[in-house]
Design a protein around this ligand. Structure first.
Ligand SMILES: Cc1cc2nc3c(=O)[nH]c(=O)nc-3n(C[C@H](O)[C@H](O)[C@H](O)COP(=O)(O)OP(=O)(O)OC[C@H]3O[C@@H](n4cnc5c(N)ncnc54)[C@H](O)[C@@H]3O)c2cc1C
Length: 372
């Protein structure tokens, strides 16, 4: 029997855990996950749990479709619920350019087997009568998109990994990656030295710092993102799709009897996750315009987290030739929860086979950012 490599995964978020899962599924017997805090304590535990397949590029559409299939089977495979509600995602399109992009994207999604479709304003009104259709020219919708509970997914995966012999070392920050003659040989984690044939950088918003430990420059930048949860609101359609308005970046999803609201905040860079309450009136104004029943609603709780942005907003999965055995699985730019199952399979394939058939690896490689 051929010995499988010893793999140290840096980061116990959803990407690190999915990578470890696919490695053990492929028979890799020696996998250690090093997490500086506790599993899921990074971006994953702050995500809104949105899972969608409405992407513009074929690679991500295929990754999203594969990931939805994984999430659909989660309970059967892991014996734990992650509360995946396939309520759909509905994009509200307010300019001719956005409609043209959506029509192109939907055609590509359908060609990839995703059941998305365009809707006219009458169709949108029938689905979510509470939406103010002023300025809405069309919508795009995929009924198998939805939302799940990220920390429940973390818990189910972590339990299964431990049962399969994977060590998840919590409170074990990786502070150094050892590289000898251009090849990774191990890490220092929690003050201990661990040997490794491969080190997977699943450090989420901290991926650039983990990259620097191996001498690999990664353009991953943390951007703060907020979520606001309203008090109960009457008159909203139960089981309604997640609403996204690209022109304003509004995200509005069912959350108990209220709504979970988010919106991109300009210039929200930086490493801290304090809630900026001065941003709330902007979010409420945009949300109440589109969903008038939110006018005057009270916000009961809020949190912020860091999103791991890459320059082109596509994940960074792959290695660089100067440091053999150092694999990036990061930069997912706010899509890391939904895409993690496919990211983990690709990462495991690169470790074990050096290739992943059917995936355009060049679009994911860290080398795409290097000057030609
Ligand atoms: C408010 C908000 C809403 C979001 N909504 C969605 C959504 O709806 N859908 C979606 O798909 N995505 C969403 N995201 C993005 C999503 O959270 C991330 O893309 C995803 O969690 C990335 O997973 P990860 O495992 O790469 O990163 P993380 O979950 O951040 O995991 C990385 C882990 O690495 C650990 N770590 C870092 N450095 C070290 C080190 N030196 N040593 C050891 N451990 C280390 C960290 O502690 C962390 O636990 C949202 C993010 C935010 C902030």
């Amino acid at each position: 029997m051929t010995a499988t490599p010893r793999v140290v995964v840096v980061g116990g978020g959803i990407v690190g855990l999915c990578t470890a899962w696919h490695l053990v599924q492929r028979g890799c017997a020696d996998v250690v996950v090093c997490e500086r805090a506790t599993a899921g304590a990074g971006s994953t535990g702050r995500a809104s749990g949105g899972i969608r397949q409405q992407f513009a590029r074929e690679t991500e559409i295929r990754m999203a479709r594969e990931s939805v299939a994984f999430w659909e089977r989660f309970e059967a495979v892991f014996g734990a619920s992650m509360n995946f509600r396939q309520v759909g995602y509905l994009y509200l399109l307010t300019t001719p350019a956005l409609v043209a992009d959506a029509e192109r994207n939907v055609a590509l999604q359908v060609a990839c087997g995703v059941p998305s479709r365009m809707l006219d304003p009458v169709g949108i009104g029938a689905l979510v009568p509470e939406v103010n259709l002023e300025g809405v020219l069309a919508g795009s919708c995929c009924p198998t998109d939805g939302r799940a509970h990220p920390l429940a997914a973390v818990a189910g995966l972590a339990r299964a990994l431990r049962r399969r012999g994977v060590e998840i070392r919590e409170n074990s920050a990786v502070t150094a990656v050892t590289v000898v003659n251009g090849r990774v040989t191990g890490v220092t984690a929690g003050g201990e030295t661990l040997g490794a044939d491969w080190v997977v950088n699943a450090g989420g918003p901290n991926a650039a710092s983990v990259g620097r430990m191996a001498g690999v420059d990664l353009p991953v930048r943390p951007v703060r993102m907020h979520q606001f949860v309203t008090a109960p609101v009457t008159g909203l359609t139960p089981g309604r799709p997640v609403l996204v308005e690209p022109a304003t970046t509004l995200f509005a999803a069912e959350e108990g009897e209220g709504m979970l609201l988010g919106m991109r905040q300009p210039d929200a860079t930086g490493e801290h996750v304090d809630v900026d309450w001065e941003f709330l009136p902007d979010v409420l104004r945009v949300a109440a315009h589109r969903i008038p029943r939110l006018e005057g609603v009270r916000v009961e709780t809020a949190w912020a987290g860091l999103v791991e942005m890459s320059p082109d907003h596509v994940g960074i999965i792959g290695s660089v030739p100067e440091v053999q055995g150092f694999l990036c699985a990061n930069g997912l730019s706010g899509h890391g929860f939904m895409l993690a199952p496919a990211v983990g399979r690709i990462a495991a394939g690169l470790v074990l086979d050096g290739d992943v058939p059917g995936i355009d690896l060049a679009t994911l490689s860290p080398l795409r950012f290097r000057a030609a």
